[in-house]
Design a binder for this molecule. Structure first.
Ligand SMILES: [Zn+2]
Length: 289
């Protein structure tokens, strides 16, 4: 099987934008790392899996070094180059490692036909999974999200104060957010919240927020200074934004970047239905024996 895989997003490593990786053959050490799942720390686990599985990332050696470290210390220091990988590519590579270095089939997974409701026990063939075409091949630098209600800023301090902080932005509604690409490092930082999807992505949003802009007719009229954003903190997402906008933000962070989907279409086993229905899998079922 071809061991060189495409990164659908890609990552800069030492000045080069890397879009391909090679997956090493698994051995006894890699097996231990893959199956040691750390339920409380899913992103650390994914980082460990990739540390043991990838030959290198650009000119940074990964797999051999990390396997040696694990052999000697029973732990892995996830290399910096890997920590910079987008969460999207981490998910894509997890699936690539599973089907290339572990095994291509996950046996006896439960699926339900979305048309007739028939419960099926299926052996999921990961080799049937392809990227959802067309995806854009480009150098990803930031994600942008236009808000419906937006965030209306109020200068800090009482209206009666002589000098209020950020007074020139008082009453301005900021309706665009830009984010840097969420990385494995961000995932690990927020992983204690990862069983709460909404809370997890809210923290990722705050951690990756690059700018808060007021935009009229595609022109940026104001940009709120970083110090003001820091002073508002998580309250920006927890208190000030409305659900429609929060939903859009999550969607932007999770669904803009290309990714290998964790499902494919298969024929329903019910002979009177036989329609093509999505069969999906959970990352938590990966790397079971
Ligand atoms: Zn059916």
């Amino acid at each position: 099987m071809e061991r060189v895989k495409k990164l659908l997003v890609g990552v800069p490593v030492n000045g080069t934008y890397v879009t391909e990786v090679e997956i090493l053959k698994s051995n006894g050490i890699a097996e231990r790392v893959f199956t040691d799942k750390l339920p409380e720390k899913p992103y650390t686990w994914m980082g460990n899996v990739l540390s043991a599985a990838l030959k290198n990332l650009g000119d940074e050696p990964i797999g051999e070094k990390c396997r040696n470290e694990y052999l000697n210390t029973r732990s892995i220091t996830i290399p910096n180059a890997l920590l910079n990988l987008s969460i999207a590519d981490v998910h894509t590579l997890l699936l690539e490692v599973h089907r290339t270095a572990w095994r291509p089939v996950i046996k006896k997974q439960e699926a339900i036909c979305k048309y007739c409701g028939t419960k099926m026990l299926v052996d999921i063939d990961l080799n049937k999974i392809e990227p959802e075409e067309p995806y854009e091949e480009k150098v990803w630098e930031e994600l942008s999200c236009d808000l419906d209600d937006g965030f209306t800023f109020h200068a800090f301090g009482k209206p009666t104060d002589d000098v209020r902080m950020f007074d020139e932005y008082d009453g301005v509604t900021f309706n665009r957010m830009t984010f840097r690409i969420p990385t494995l490092r961000d995932g690990i930082k927020c992983e204690t919240y990862s069983d709460d999807n909404v809370g997890f992505w809210r923290r990722i949003a705050y951690g990756t927020l690059e700018s808060l802009q007021a935009v009229t007719d595609e022109k940026v009229t104001h940009e709120l200074p970083k110090e003001a954003i820091i002073a508002i903190g998580m309250k920006l997402f927890d208190v000030h934004l409305f659900t429609d906008d929060l939903f859009k933000i999550r969607e932007t962070l999770r669904e803009t970047l290309p990714i290998l989907p964790y499902f494919y279409q298969d024929e329903c086993v019910n002979s009177s239905c036989k329609r093509m229905t999505p069969v999906s899998m959970e990352a938590s079922n990966f790397f079971s024996d």
